[in-house]
Design a binder for this molecule. Structure first.
Ligand code: ZN
Length: 69
C-alpha cells in the first residue's frame, strides 16, 4: 500500500495562509509561518502541507511527493 500524497503547495514566502479552499475542506482563514529550520508547515485544519521553495527538494520526498524538475 502506498501512502496517499497529501495536498500541498510550494510557496516562496515564509508567511502563508490557508482557508481549505472550496467545499468540505473549507475552514476559517488561518495564517502560518513556515518553519525556517525544516522548511514546511502543515495546516492544523485540513492538513495541507506548505513547503518553502528553498526546501522543496529536501522536504517533498519525505512526504512521498515527486519533485518537479
Ligand atoms: Zn487548511
Amino acid at each position: 500500500m502506498s501512502v496517499p500524497v497529501p495536498e500541498y503547495e510550494v510557496v516562496t514566502t515564509w508567511r502563508v495562509h490557508c482557508d481549505g479552499g472550496e467545499g468540505a475542506l473549507g475552514h476559517p482563514r488561518v495564517y502560518y509561518s513556515v518553519d525556517r529550520d525544516d522548511g514546511h508547515v502543515e495546516c492544523g485544519y485540513c492538513d495541507k502541507l506548505f513547503v518553502h521553495d528553498s526546501f522543496a527538494a529536501e522536504v517533498l520526498p519525505k512526504f512521498g511527493i515527486a519533485v518537479k524538475s
